[in-house]
Design a protein around this ligand. Structure first.
Ligand code: SF4
Length: 392
């Protein structure tokens, strides 16, 4: 087997041979376990216990090993270890919501969210290998919910009954946490629907739990499906320190199975809001065969926005500066705002005005798709709703 030159190799070994289901049981899930591996400030412990009651903690040992334990500001730590700031529901950046993308309004039951006519999203599970602290589905991951699919056949029937749906995203939670047999049943059902051009399985497992992809049965199952329908895995790498040799190997195994990998990162304060970090991330993704696809503006999520959102004025500058240093493939990603009204590309800035282009629109608002929007930039503002609409 070819090996990938390690991009980062901090304690990055021995994960390939682990049994993926067994290893999940070693995840760090409570504050007592956390205290043994990470230094907590004296008054921090009780506050973090409150935080994990609102948004559970779940950190695979593999991912925790990427944390520099001597650095309280380590970017990987921010992505996985609860912070006191999560007690702040809103805060200095502005209003927050539990459902920034308006998913609940487009819930068709049976675990199906249908926001854009051509795409159906099926919430396959509420579980993830890790509960990311910046998650925009914080309201549901790791918590008991009635929004996940109970009977996949019913969800698939909805897709079959709606011929305008050209693609399905199996999402969650993380679908790769399901047993291979369950995933196979889902994919076998979808491959029989003639109007589906392709299927996506949204996952952060290649980043936080690459061990999952050393399961040959899974890889073989994906390869077989790919011979019937095109299969894409949107990955979620946020920082170059996540691009380990093991993650690279997992990506390579997926690529060899015929899966196309596109990355959707989120711009996060203290994690990747430096030009050089973004440059390293985008270049590093291409080295392991993953296309940079989206960079999301952090949504106004309750318990997230206050400490993770980067003001738009700063974000546009960071992204433009990074693009200047990137080659054609590395700069193909779009800077995106996943707004309730639809997906908006943040194109850039003219004078003090933010230029956006709407890429997708909700049902009944199709004429809004592909329109340009111009909003007045303001210092410290991080979301469209905080910026008045203006003329050029
Ligand atoms: S893996 Fe995705 S859905 Fe799960 S907690 Fe992380 S960001 Fe949220």
């Amino acid at each position: 087997m070819n090996t990938i030159t390690p991009i980062r190799s901090r304690q990055d070994s021995n994960w390939i041979n682990n049994d993926w289901q067994q290893e999940l049981k070693n995840n760090i899930t409570n504050i007592d376990q956390l205290k043994e591996v990470i230094d907590l400030a004296p008054d921090e412990e009780n506050q973090l216990r409150k935080v994990v009651r609102a948004h559970p903690m779940n950190i695979p040992r593999y991912y925790l090993n990427l944390v520099d334990r001597d650095d309280p500001h380590d970017p990987i730590r921010k992505l996985c270890v609860p912070q006191r700031d999560e007690l702040i529901r809103a805060g200095s950046m502005g209003e927050t919501t539990k459902d920034p993308y308006g998913d609940d309004k487009h819930n068709k039951g049976n675990g199906v969210l249908h926001k854009y006519s051509y795409t159906a999203l099926i919430v396959a599970t509420e579980y993830c290998a890790m509960y990311c602290r910046h998650c925009f589905r914080k309201r549901m991951v790791g918590l008991s919910t009635d929004q996940t699919v109970e009977n996949f056949q019913n969800a698939a029937q909805y897709v079959a009954d709606n011929p305008q749906i050209s693609n399905v995203v199996i999402s969650g939670g993380d679908p790769f946490l399901l047993p291979t047999k369950s995933l196979k049943e889902m994919l076998d059902t979808l491959k029989e629907i003639p109007h589906l051009n392709y299927v996506r399985i949204g996952s952060r497992a290649p980043v936080v739990y690459p061990t999952r992809f050393f399961d040959n049965e899974l890889i073989e199952m994906l390869r077989e499906f790919g011979q019937q329908k095109a299969l894409f895995v949107p990955t979620h790498f946020n920082h170059p320190n996540e691009l380990t040799a093991t993650a690279g190997e997992a990506a390579l195994r997926l690529c060899r199975a015929g899966v196309t990998l596109n990355n959707q990162a989120v711009l996060l304060r203290g994690v990747n809001d430096q030009t050089e970090t973004l440059v390293e991330l985008m270049n590093g993704l291409l080295k392991i065969g993953v296309s940079p696809y989206y960079l999301y503006q952090c949504m106004p999520v309750e318990r997230v926005r206050h400490h993770f959102q980067v003001p738009l004025k700063d974000g546009v500058k960071i992204v433009d500066d990074a693009r200047r240093k990137l080659d054609g493939y590395a700069k193909r990603f779009k800077f995106i705002m996943g707004h309730d009204i639809g997906k908006l590309e943040i194109c850039g800035q003219i004078d003090n005005k933010l230029i956006l282009k709407q890429l997708h629109a909700r049902p009944g608002h199709e004429q809004e798709s592909s329109r340009m929007l111009i909003h007045q930039l303001k210092d410290g503002a991080g979301w469209l709703d905080d910026l008045p609409e203006v003329e050029l």
